[in-house]
Design a binder for this molecule. Structure first.
Ligand code: GLN
Length: 521
């Protein structure tokens, strides 16, 4: 069933394998007919995540990477759109000459080939395939059929993630699970591991019922309880001896020990932090928290690094635009302006940045956050009146942010932004360089606009520090203030933040916020 946290379960099982030295790689099936997530609105689908190779994918990939501390290739995402466009292209080319092209075997073969190729390319010991959607949906039926077939070609174990509602406290109903299980059986898929989500801990009675009615081993029903932090889940499943069952079913070494040292330490710091910080995230999609999930996760990772609980409030940029930025932001220890598109709320973001700069509140800008930092600086420090991004004001007398030259001719919307990991060279002696501790870094991008190279010298003269640039062209990749902590990048460093390797700029932001917080004297 969708919405139960399949991504987190998939990541947790993969983590349990990874901590034992196995190469565990997740792969996701999505039934929708979009080729990728790039054209979807965060309101509908949450944040668009970007991989190193520039593939735009959904939020689950962020979860995979954050858990596994691994960068995944675009081939980890198989969507209906990708499959159908490949099949139609092959048909037009004549690859199936003389045949009628069918869901079985052509589409299912296409799926199986991609899964096998992914396993080979990643040199995986185990591939964890997450089938998006709900069993019984028209959308993912062909994926399940492909996996049914794959089970007789490879060693496969099916895991059913199911919801167990409670009618009243202690009264857990397993019927929905039983029926979902039968639906899977009717498709030729026999789950051998069942994981249950519920409002309260799965009781023994319910567990036994599920094992009996669904024909799984008594030790193969697992509880996926509510946890304080999702990063605790691998530990919770470990405690229930999930590995033993997975190892038995897949023929792995059942005796292999896990090394949880670092992971456990970080989870403990998330649960019992020493310090507390309040961060304001100035956004537009305030009704959907999922729109900024990588940013809030990066705050959790960096919070665990500096031993602080970070309360992250999502503030509506439009309200700041209409109200008093100072009044609305005065209780925050740090301010972040995340990525965004479109004019709505941008003046509120600029007002928040102005407040941060003038009041010396640590500031971090991500993509649109660097663009708005530059606009604020241009208007209020360099005195370039009316400075703006041409994304929001085509007639601005000072277009300090302008469309990238290579973007000018592009009309098609799908996968045409400047996407994926690009190199950035950091200038020694800057906050950016110190945060990363190295000169050459790779961060992921997703944008069409950039700091207008024609204005760079004017901005530098006025005092802005350009701390990062692309090595070959003139793209400004990072900028910072001199007088107080304020740093922003054209990249999305939040996309590469992991629990075991937090994004350096987020760590730097929190350190600056902690330093500021110390009472005088
Ligand atoms: N809208 C801006 C651009 O296209 C910023 C994009 C972003 O924040 N991801 O360049």
């Amino acid at each position: 069933m969708s919405g139960l946290g399949k991504g987190i379960i998939t990541s947790s099982i993969a983590k349990i394998l990874q901590t034992r030295g196995y190469r565990a790689f997740p792969l996701k099936f999505d039934g929708y007919l979009n080729v990728d997530c790039g054209t979807m609105n965060p309101f509908r689908h949450g944040e668009v995540f970007v991989l190193d190779d520039g593939t735009e994918v959904d939020m689950d990939f962020g979860t995979y990477e954050r858990f596994l501390n691994t960068s995944l290739p675009g081939s980890a995402s198989i969507t209906g759109g990708k499959l159908f466009s490949a099949i139609i292209e092959k048909e037009r080319r004549g690859d199936y000459l003389g045949r009628d092209v069918q869901f079985v075997p052509h589409l299912t073969d296409e799926i199986k080939d991609r899964v096998k190729k992914y396993a080979a390319d990643t040199k995986a010991d185990v591939v964890l395939v997450e089938a998006g959607g709900t069993v019984g949906d028209l959308e993912n039926g062909y994926f399940l059929e492909a996996m049914r077939q794959l089970a007789s070609e490879e060693k496969v174990v099916f895991v059913q993630l199911t919801y167990v509602p409670s009618i009243s406290p202690g009264e857990q109903k397993t019927k929905p699970t039983q029926h979902a299980n039968r639906l899977l059986l009717s498709m030729g898929i026999k789950p051998e591991i069942i994981i249950t989500r519920e409002q309260e801990e799965l009781n023994e009675d319910a567990k036994e019922k599920i094992a009996m009615f669904c024909n799984v081993d008594a030790d193969a029903v697992f509880d996926d309880p509510l946890v304080d932090t999702v990063y605790e889940l691998p530990l919770v499943l470990e405690k229930q001896s999930l590995y033993a069952v997975v190892a038995r079913k897949l023929g792995l070494d059942e005796k292999k020990e896990a090394d949880w040292g670092e992971w456990k330490k970080r989870v403990e710091r998330i649960k019992e932090p020493k310090h507390a910080l309040k961060v304001a995230l100035i956004g537009k999609y305030t009704k959907v928290r999922d729109a900024y999930v990588s940013v809030s996760e990066a705050l959790i990772h960096s919070g665990a690094e500096v031993n602080a609980n970070v309360e992250c409030d999502l503030l509506d940029a439009e309200k700041i635009e209409k109200g008093d930025a100072k009044e609305m932001l005065k209780d925050y220890d740090a301010i972040i302006v995340p990525g965004g598109f479109g004019k709505r709320g941008v003046e509120g973001k600029i007002a928040a940045i102005k407040y941060a700069r003038e009041s010396k509140v640590p500031y971090l800008g991500l993509c649109l956050g660097v663009q708005m930092m530059v606009v604020e600086y241009a208007r209020n420090v360099a005195k370039l009146e009316g400075a703006n991004s041409t994304e929001f004001d085509e007639k601005s007398p000072h277009p300090v942010i302008d469309i990238l030259p290579e973007q000018k001719q592009i009309v098609r919307k799908g996968a045409t932004m400047r996407l994926g990991a690009y190199e950035m060279i950091l200038k020694k002696g800057t906050v950016g360089y110190d945060a990363y501790g190295e000169e050459r870094i790779f961060e992921r991008h997703r944008h069409r606009y950039e700091v207008n190279p024609e204005y760079v010298s004017k901005l530098v003269e006025a005092g802005l520090v350009i701390s990062g640039t692309h090595p070959k062209n003139e793209i400004t990749e990072m900028a910072e203030w001199k007088e107080s902590f304020g740093i922003a990048t054209q990249a999305h460093p939040e996309l590469k933040s992991r629990l075991e390797k937090p994004a350096p700029l987020f760590v730097a932001l929190l350190k600056a916020a902690l330093k500021n917080k110390k009472p005088a004297g």
